[in-house]
Design a binder for this molecule. Structure first.
Ligand SMILES: [Zn+2]
Length: 319
């Protein structure tokens, strides 16, 4: 957990200068500016924080509203969190992911809340709760998330679009360094393009096309590689499956010859383990990247995605 230090202090620490400004001989050109010039950006959860840090570089001090190891679908904001939203220079969030975040953005974000959902192209609808795949109608009910699947970052192509939009928004917040933000966004985008190439080539030829996952986080990834996601829980891990759904998924797992059922790092593996037990499959971690912890199979987005590709190559029997 990060202690609440001011943006200026964070920037000073990052640059390796002391807060009292004692003379340092290591000023390397542009970074010799006062720490107070950094843009303070608050993000709602990990993939947005990572993109902002990569694109903002030393100009930006990024922090996350969701604490590491917490499921960002299921969060409650303290009055202190809500105050952070109103005080930051820029609040970057994804509308339709978690109700309390949307409320804070609306009530405290005023002109500095930036929703990435339009650039994320969220065109898959959220699967019905409980993992029922027959597509029955379900109205607004009591869930926190919007009607569409929010998990855009697991598709590198959609993530790159959001990165471009974040670069433009940072350029607007700090016009003096606009070119720098746009260049960084472009660089980040090309890393995502190369990741996408790995993802689509390495998973192009797989024996198993049904992707049996913990919660419905992998819809856009499955779509990108031509697989079908069969989520055990809904679009949020707290949308637990009922007994009938579990039986149905176990049957499907047996019939499709699934050898691996995927579990996650932040959510309980209990339902996936039940499906694995009854269908004779094993489990493996497929990380939805909703937060990085010591249990994550890598220390940042790219490392974890490459670990995910490896896991899928093996679990889906790709050649
Ligand atoms: Zn999720």
């Amino acid at each position: 957990m990060r202690p609440p230090v001011s943006a200026a202090l964070t920037a000073a620490l990052l640059m390796g200068v002391t807060a009292c400004g004692s003379d340092t001989s290591n000023s390397d050109g542009a970074s010799g500016e006062a720490g107070g010039d950094t843009v303070e950006v608050l993000t709602s959860f990990y993939p947005l924080e990572f993109a902002v840090s990569e694109i903002g570089g030393k100009r930006v001090s990024a922090s996350n509203l969701v604490k590491p190891g917490t499921d960002p679908h299921d969060l409650e904001l303290s009055p202190k969190d809500v105050a952070k939203v109103s005080e930051t220079d820029l609040f970057v969030y994804l509308k339709g992911f978690a109700g309390p975040i949307d409320d804070a953005a609306k009530n405290q974000g005023s002109d500095h809340a930036y929703d990435v959902s339009t650039s994320a192209e969220l065109d898959l609808s959220a699967p019905p709760e409980g993992g029922d795949h027959e597509g029955h109608d379900h109205g607004e009910e009591d869930h926190d998330h919007g009607p569409n699947d929010p998990h855009f970052w697991l598709d590198p192509v959609r993530y790159a679009k959001v990165a471009t939009a974040i670069g433009d928004r940072l350029a607007k917040a700090d016009p003096d360094h606009a070119a720098e933000y746009r260049a960084n966004a472009k660089k980040f985008g090309s890393k995502l393009t190369s990741l996408n190439k790995d993802l689509t080539t390495r998973l192009a030829n797989c024996k198993r096309q049904d992707l049996i996952t913990g919660h419905a986080a992998f819809g856009y990834l499955a779509q990108r590689v031509g697989m079908t996601q069969v989520p055990i829980s809904g679009v949020s891990p707290k949308e637990s499956p009922d007994a009938k759904t579990l039986t149905k998924i176990s049957t499907l797992a047996k019939e499709s010859g699934a050898t691996v059922i995927y579990t996650e790092t932040l959510a309980s593996p209990r339902f996936a383990e039940a499906v694995a037990r009854s269908s004779g499959a094993k489990t493996a971690v497929l990380d939805p990247l909703e937060g990085i912890t010591s249990k994550s199979p890598g220390s940042d987005y790219f490392e974890v995605m490459r670990a995910n590709i490896k896991t899928l190559e093996k679990g889906q029997a790709c050649s």
